[in-house]
Design a protein around this ligand. Structure first.
Ligand SMILES: [Zn+2]
Length: 489
């Protein structure tokens, strides 16, 4: 069981690193969403939130928040390409309305970014989180239904991006005549819906636009292909609560305007589901957290995924070179740390004694002799970069082999050596070896030729699986040789 869990974990880690998936549980959540979210669309029309702030709903389209001013209109999301013209018409006919000067993309989905092209061509400001821009510069395929999304042309991509927060109140923004009261915006780093989710907050009007990070109708959709996950829904709901008060009106991507109480209720509900899933996952030895969302490894993961996408597409040499540079620079520590994340098994005298006792018991049960081994430990405890069960199997087979070698030998001797050394390239490695006093020769070639599934062949195969190497070397009298396994750290 332990072993299985470990293998699953490694496979998931590998899958994530290869950019294949964030976390697979996103898929059932998404398909459930498709079944449940067919609730009635809100009626077409416009909801006035304040003198200058509106929710514009074009039939069949996601919610758009529009703020009017003398400078024109600021939009949060821009409908799909199909609904773009209707949206622009609706926006220009708002009280105090006009042409759009700025648009926020709360995330990359086509339902939000369909006006980007015409606004970008007109030289307007398109603001999004950097991750959203990245998704819009690459083709995306949803592996659960095969749906493909073409990248947007350069002119339609966000031309102003941010990583954490921003506001439109800085002096240069003021020259653009954004209305007093300004706009604050920020990243929702939990990845509730995608890994580029953002909110836009209008302090004067106390209105918070949250895109699809919160669902106003039906089950929330999780786009796990671009980073969303169930834990992100919960984290996002929690985070957004801290931005809102009892009077805040919260505009989700779909459905009616919500209040703080709605966020709290959703948080309770999804929190409960999330806790259950977490328990379920940990029962399988899996941590319910997408690697993309690891605070330490997220950036690294995104770059690897991005590199993979670029490799599949034409050109983009320059960007690949930049990613390569980041892998060698800012990511270097994270990469090294990631390698340290693998399983570790601590070998100390107590663990060894228990393993030795277990081999002795089965040897005696089998009626064989027993030569009590000596212990030579480099340190009180040495950590091996390999799973407990695999290391135990290696040790016990080495010990059985040594016992068999000295069986019947007058004054046979066996020794267990745990060492720490540097290999020829200077890399640290740890080794676990058994010495014996048997005269019979043994070479790596002999071990290599053994059939799998027994004795030293098990050791050989496990050592290979865990990226170690076998050693056979002569040993000072009273011993003749040492057979062992080395693992680089
Ligand atoms: Zn969406």
């Amino acid at each position: 069981m332990k072993n299985q869990g470990g293998h699953t974990r490694r496979r998931i880690l590998k899958g994530a690193i290869c950019g294949a998936t964030g976390f697979v549980l996103g898929a059932p959540v998404r398909s459930l969403g498709a079944a449940v979210s067919q609730a009635t669309s809100p009626p077409a029309g416009t909801l006035r939130l304040s003198d200058d702030l509106f929710v514009v709903t074009i039939p069949g389209e996601a919610n758009v928040v529009a703020q009017t001013s003398a400078a024109g209109v600021l939009l949060v999301d821009g409908a799909s390409a199909r609904g773009s013209d209707a949206l622009m018409k609706a926006v220009s006919s708002l009280p105090g309305g006009g042409s759009v000067h700025t648009i926020f993309n709360t995330h990359w989905h086509p339902e939000q970014t369909g006006s980007n092209e015409q606004l970008g061509k007109a030289g307007k400001t398109i603001i999004a989180h950097e991750n959203t821009r990245l998704w819009l510069t690459t083709d995306v395929t949803w592996s659960w239904n095969g749906q493909r999304f073409k990248r947007l042309p350069k002119i339609a991509q966000p031309n102003k991006t941010f990583y954490t927060t921003g506001n439109l109140e800085s002096p240069e923004e003021r020259r653009e005549a954004v209305p007093v009261g300004g706009v604050r915006y920020g990243y929702i780093p939990d990845a509730a819906h995608t890994d580029g989710d953002m909110y836009v907050y209008f302090p004067k009007q106390n209105v918070l636009a949250v895109g699809d990070a919160v669902s106003g109708q039906g089950w929330p959709v999780v786009d796990w292909a671009t980073g969303g996950w169930i834990g992100g829904i919960v984290g996002g709901l929690q985070r957004l609560q801290t931005l809102a008060n009892e009077e805040t009106r919260i505009v989700p991507g779909r459905g009616p305007v919500l209040g703080l109480a709605d966020l709290k209720a959703q948080y309770q509900m999804y929190g409960t589901i999330y806790d259950r899933l977490t328990q379920e996952a940990s029962g399988h030895g899996v941590r319910l957290r997408a690697l993309a969302r690891e605070p330490r490894f997220g950036a690294l993961h995104r770059d690897l995924a991005r590199a993979e996408a670029l490799l599949a597409g034409p050109g983009a040499q320059q960007e690949l070179a930049a990613i390569d540079e980041r892998l060698r620079g800012p990511h270097a520590d994270a990469l090294a740390e990631l390698l340290q994340l693998g399983p570790r098994t601590r070998l100390d005298a107590a663990t060894l004694s228990a393993w030795i006792a277990s081999v002795e018991a089965s040897a005696r049960r089998g009626g064989g002799g027993w030569t009590a081994p000596a212990l030579a430990l480099a340190d009180l405890a040495v950590d091996f970069p390999i799973e407990h069960d695999a290391l135990a199997a290696i040790f016990m087979n080495l010990l059985r082999n040594a016992q068999a070698a000295v069986a019947g030998q007058e004054d046979g001797r066996v020794i267990v050596r745990i060492d720490r050394a540097r290999d020829v390239t200077g890399r640290q490695e740890v080794s676990l070896a058994l010495g014996d006093s048997a005269p019979a020769p043994l070479t790596l070639d002999i071990i290599e030729a053994r059939e799998s599934g027994r004795g030293l062949a098990i050791v050989r195969d496990l050592v290979r699986e865990w990226r170690g190497h076998l050693v056979v070397r002569p040993e000072a009298v009273p011993f003749t040789k040492v057979v062992g396994a080395c693992f680089p750290l």
